[in-house]
Design a protein around this ligand. Structure first.
Ligand code: GLC
Ligand code: CA
Length: 557
């Protein structure tokens, strides 16, 4: 295959992720909606991005904010209706932007018709759409639930004297993919959206869909072990190939798996083009990296940068011959990028946001960029459990409470890690509610919106927002940033991440200072002919010493 054949629009894309509930409210109910996104299409287009990924917009009782779907072919009332959807899709397409929807088919809502009817009697045909364990077989073998307050993935249902399986909340029963009738329904539903001309799917916890329905007894002690087991069901790849054959292969679209539980040795099984499964997968190794023990004064950055570099370099090398990677540092399940991976103090927030954005936009992988990060939005750090909305945070709090555990410590941890940090309303301007809504929003606005908002950044050529736009443009202009070979340099440097990109005789050097003090770098390359393509400080002092949170892209030849 020639290089040219390996070029694909989705490899060259920058994906912008929108959490609809938090982006823009158009009807004054405090909840973001499709009308809100439509009203901001020109802003989205001004970023230069080419793909929008929307978190679930389908009918849902919102136990997990749309990841519990009660009707796959209807728009959630909070978000609008099908006419709004059609208008949004057309508005994006007219601007040359593609749309990717969230496909949530490991589980549905317990309010989905399939589950309501299946639960009504053991003989109902929809019964087999879910995993049931009749009580006469005794207590089912233990399974771990990620969201349940007791972490028990089996929920007893009195009506039919049986247990049903739910890897996530009790209101998210797992669908039974071993049933061909269920699979056919899912494929029909996928075609329904693809025939509307959407451009692909982000597939929610797709590695979990296949289960060993004999439910063997497991002896795991950590969540990680369960998740890895869940991601390796016996028929997983047969189903992915069937999805591809029946649906995906018929359209010019992109697919990306949420690779929960997928180890790097397993990644190519999903995305090797010869296997005809999916296009991309996003891994958790990077964002799962723990902070070092001790405080931020001792460790700058808070985590082991050498380990961070190793993870991203290893994931790059997996796809060096075939397949394709993704890169992200934030999404709706994560705290804010600058708070988690950078430095969100007033002094460094902007520089640090720009530095991290430079990383995302210069790696050999499709960037998935989370809305709000282009402004440098930061963690809200709620003090009180009542401020939280996220089921994961609330249920963990309740569990600790019931066990008499350390609630104060937990709340401190959530200031750094709760998913709600990434879900506060988008900060449009300095007016009431950050211009997100005319009314009190469903989740509090970060009080820093007075300084941090799109309005002020729009008019400042040096803002985080305008720097992000420049980066996107650069990636579009320089295909070396997409396809160029990646080589890690100065690999043991604990403060600087430096790498080379090479393609068709061109060379770019990227250097990023992950700390808040000046740091020197030794790329081991002659920089005498280097010229700066982009840099997050007005005048780079030198190429060998990077300013605090400094980021530089140099052209070498
Ligand atoms: C994925 C989603 C997350 C959701 C979970 C259950 O991890 O990204 O938001 O809670 O799946 O659907
Ligand atoms: Ca609304």
């Amino acid at each position: 295959m020639s290089k040219k054949d390996l070029r694909k629009w989705w490899k060259e894309a920058v994906v912008y992720q929108i959490y609809p509930r938090s982006f823009k409210d158009s009807n004054g109910d405090g909840i973001g909606d499709l009308g809100g996104i439509i009203s901001r299409l020109d802003y989205i287009s001004s970023l230069g991005i080419n793909v929008v990924w929307l978190n679930p917009i389908f009918a849902s009782p919102n136990d997990d904010n749309g990841y519990d779907i009660s009707d796959y072919r209807r728009i959630m009332d909070d978000f609008g209706n099908m006419q709004d959807f059609d208008e949004l899709l057309a508005g994006l397409h007219v601007r040359g932007i593609k749309l990717v929807l969230d496909l949530v088919v490991n589980h549905s809502s317990d309010e989905h018709e399939w589950f309501r009817l299946g639960r009504s009697g053991r003989d109902h045909p929809y019964r087999e759409y879910y995993h049931w364990w009749p009580a006469e077989k005794g207590t089912p073998p233990q399974r771990y639930s990620i969201f349940d307050i007791n972490h028990n993935a089996w929920m007893y249902d009195t009506n039919t004297d049986a247990w049903f399986l739910h890897y996530f909340s009790r209101k998210q029963p797992d669908l039974n993919w071993e049933n061909p009738a269920l699979r056919k329904e899912i494929y029909d539903m996928m075609r329904f959206w693809l025939d509307k001309d959407i451009d692909g799917f982000r597939m929610d916890v797709i590695p979990f869909i296949s289960k060993d329905t004999s439910f063997p007894i497991l002896h795991f002690s950590t969540e990680q072990e369960y998740i890895h087991y869940y991601a390796n069901g016996p028929n997983l790849h047969a189903y992915l190939q069937e999805i591809n054959r029946e649906v995906l292969s018929k359209y010019n679209i992109m697919t990306v798996a949420e690779g929960a539980g997928v180890r790097k040795e397993e990644a190519l099984d999903y995305v090797d083009p010869e296997r005809h499964e999916l296009n991309m997968l996003y891994h958790f190794d990077g964002i799962d990296l723990k902070n070092l023990p001790g405080d931020e004064i001792v460790h700058d950055p808070k985590y082991d940068l050498v380990a961070f570099k190793t993870i991203y370099s290893n994931w790059d090398s997996i796809f060096s011959e075939k397949g394709w990677g993704t890169i992200y540092l934030g999404n709706h399940d994560q705290p804010r990028m600058v708070s988690r991976w950078g430095n969100d103090t007033p002094e460094f927030r902007e520089l640090s946001s720009k530095m991290l954005s430079t990383f995302l936009l210069t790696m050999r992988a499709t960037p998935y960029y989370y809305a709000g990060d282009e402004l440098g939005m930061a963690n809200i750090r709620f003090k009180n459990i009542d401020d939280y909305n996220d089921i994961a945070t609330i249920n963990r709090y309740r569990k600790i409470e019931s066990e008499g555990g350390d609630l104060k410590g937990f709340l401190e941890e959530m200031k750094l890690f709760s998913r709600d940090n990434g879900r506060t309303p988008f900060q449009w301007n300095a007016t009431a509610h950050a211009g997100f809504s005319t009314r009190t929003p469903w989740l509090k606005v970060n009080p820093d919106f007075i300084q941090v908002n799109a309005g002020v950044q729009e008019s400042d050529p040096n803002s985080v927002l305008n720097y992000f736009r420049q980066l996107v443009k650069l990636r579009k202009q320089h295909k070396i940033l997409v396809y160029g070979k990646y080589t890690l340099l100065d690999k043991d440097n604990p403060r600087i991440y430096a790498y080379l990109r090479e393609w068709q005789g061109d060379k770019l050097l990227i250097m990023l200072n992950f700390t808040k003090t000046e740091a020197s770098v030794n790329p081991g390359i002659n920089l005498s002919k280097a010229s700066v393509l982009i840099c997050n400080c007005s005048s780079p002092s030198s190429c060998k010493v990077l300013r605090p949170c400094g980021a530089m892209v140099l052209q070498l030849s």
